[in-house]
Design a protein around this ligand. Structure first.
Ligand code: 5GP
Ligand code: ZN
Length: 112
């Protein structure tokens, strides 16, 4: 989709530190990391928000990919947090769904 930052990362028009890529999903480091480890997993198909997601398999794939990448990076055993923000109250700033994976430090609860 035009004017979508994450579609531009998928097409290679905007550079990113890619951690994993296959025909369905892409994982790359967040440019503004909120933890020592912070990457995003996105579908290669443009889906704007969690409210627009209808394909269970792609949503599951985001989760499995996140845990696989966390294992590869070596912090899965210590743990991590998976977050998908939705729309304005959820704090979503990029309208292409993305699963955050944050790790490398103790997370707190409740989230801000
Ligand atoms: P949201 O607030 O929508 O849940 O998360 C969007 C995330 O995308 C933010 O954590 C932000 O740092 C990240 N982000 C925004 N633009 C870029 C970019 O151009 N490259 C990368 N790697 N991350 C981005
Ligand atoms: Zn997009």
């Amino acid at each position: 989709m035009e004017n979508c930052i994450f579609c531009s990362i998928i097409s290679g028009d905007i550079p990113a530190e890619i951690l994993y890529s296959d025909e369905k999903v892409l994982a790359f480091r967040d440019v503004d990391a909120q933890a020592p480890e912070h990457f995003l997993v996105i579908p290669k198909e443009h889906i704007a928000t969690a409210n627009d997601a209808t394909d269970e398999s792609i949503m599951g794939r985001l989760m499995i990919t996140a845990s696989n990448v966390a294992k590869e990076l070596g912090f899965a055993e210590q743990g991590y947090r998976l977050v998908m923000n939705c729309n304005s109250d959820g704090g979503q700033t990029v309208s292409h769904i993305h699963l955050h994976c944050l790790g490398g430090r103790q997370m707190t609860w409740p989230p801000g």
